[in-house]
Design a protein around this ligand. Structure first.
Ligand SMILES: [Zn+2]
Length: 186
């Protein structure tokens, strides 16, 4: 997949990651703290990864930030998520290039628009329901994909169990990953 045009990636990733990847075990509206989902599609040199986690695992809270400390925490978390190297490690021979990152969350409006501090009530409504997820999508292009080591357990120790659905060159596989089990072979 080419990511030269941003619209290609922004449109392409959700299309690729909707059914059947996400449809099977997802309970809409319900999430369990301590757990998260990873969806991965490798198609030749194109590698797409989607991390879908309760915000609590990544941030420690799930409401729109209300204090300066929470705003800082949210910005730091988003910066960590945008930096694929802090979450995913490839062997040098794989030569994987991160081409696109997309973050999606009801909590995002505040972090991306800090000048809207005066509009806290309207912004907070996005996450007022109580629970909120953060979805991070990554598009890589790899010369020779071999193996992926997840570093995200070190960055986000609150993720205890990562339910992973993989489609590797058309072959489907499920893995339960954790801090003790961090590798995905291709
Ligand atoms: Zn929650």
């Amino acid at each position: 997949m080419s990511c030269k045009a941003m619209s290609t990636c922004l449109l392409g990733l959700p299309l690729l990651f909707t059914p059947p990847l996400l449809a099977s075990e997802r309970q809409h509206g319900a999430h369990v703290h301590g757990r998260a989902e990873l969806n991965l599609v490798l198609d030749g040199r194109s590698l797409l990864i989607e991390l879908n986690s309760p915000a609590a695992n990544l941030l420690g809270f799930e409401q729109a930030p209300r204090t300066p400390e929470q705003r800082t925490q949210l910005e730091q978390t988003l910066n960590t998520l945008r930096d694929g190297r802090r979450l995913f490690a490839f062997s040098p021979a794989a030569a994987c290039q991160l081409e696109q990152v997309e973050l999606e969350s009801p909590l995002l409006a505040d972090a991306d628009e800090p000048h809207h501090k005066g509009h806290d009530h309207a912004q907070a409504d996005h996450a007022e329901a109580g629970h909120a997820d953060i979805i991070a999508r990554y598009a890589y292009s790899c010369s020779q994909p071999q193996r992926l080591e997840l570093r995200l357990f070190a960055e986000f120790p609150a993720i205890e169990l990562l339910h992973s659905q993989l489609v590797i060159n058309g072959r489907q596989q499920q893995l339960e990953l954790s801090a003790e089990q961090t590798g995905i072979g291709f």
